[in-house]
Design a binder for this molecule. Structure first.
Ligand code: HEM
Length: 185
């Protein structure tokens, strides 16, 4: 369905007056930053697996560090821009055409519950991610090699990686429920 049909306040060239800039994913009603984060997670999740396998089986600590710092920088920029977008524009108006979203029951409808599940992975994972990166930078030698910090890092790094994968998967589920699924007319 064309975007102008589901949103009453449609401005010029994809600029929604109430909901910010439109995203680019063909079947979604997400905003630009929602779509950017959605796609970013598709890059981060496999990259994260490669990075962990690189240390585990190849002992390539330099590349692991470089990949982790690249991912952390990309995530930081994406999360900050995304937060601004959501705080300024909200997401509810874009979710209204979904059969799984009900504004009157925002947190108890299926899309709302999926968002709560997603946030309960996303927020702790983001904090843990920052701690793991900062501690690794402070406590590993340069260039990075195994040392006294290894055991702590392997334990919490594994948890951060699992958290990031679950953040991605639950985020994609929420995106589909809120911004792809559409009520039958
Ligand atoms: C949030 C970011 C990071 C995550 C999720 C992560 C994850 C992991 C995991 C799961 C392992 C253990 C692999 C195994 O089972 O053997 C590991 C090992 C390692 N990581 Fe990271 N890492 C991160 C950031 C970094 C950074 C920034 C550095 C360097 C400054 C680093 C240096 C190392 C080193 C040297 C090891 C090998 C430890 C050892 O086997 O003794 N990591 N990382």
């Amino acid at each position: 369905m064309p975007r102008s049909d589901w949103l009453p306040l449609h401005g010029l060239d994809g600029l929604l007056l109430l909901s910010g800039l439109d995203g680019f994913l063909p079947y979604g009603r997400g905003s630009l930053m929602l779509d950017v984060v959605f796609v970013t997670m598709f890059v981060i999740v496999p990259l994260l697996m490669v990075s962990v396998l690189l240390v585990k089986y190849r002992r390539n600590y330099r590349l692991h560090k470089a990949l982790q710092l690249t991912m952390a920088s990309i995530l930081l920029v994406a999360v900050v821009l995304f937060e601004i977008d959501i705080r300024v524009n909200g997401w509810e108006q874009r979710a209204e055409p979904s059969p799984y979203f009900d504004l009157a029951n925002k947190w108890s409808c299926l899309a709302g519950r999926a968002l709560i599940v997603h946030l309960s992975f996303a927020v702790p994972t983001l904090l843990l991610w920052i701690v793991v990166v900062v501690q690794a930078l402070r406590k590993f030698s340069r260039p990075p090699t195994p040392g006294p910090h290894s055991q702590w890092h392997a334990r919490w790094g594994t948890l951060a990686a699992i958290g990031m994968i679950l953040t991605g998967v639950t985020g994609w589920i929420f995106y589909w429920l809120a911004f792809v699924a559409t009520k039958a007319n």
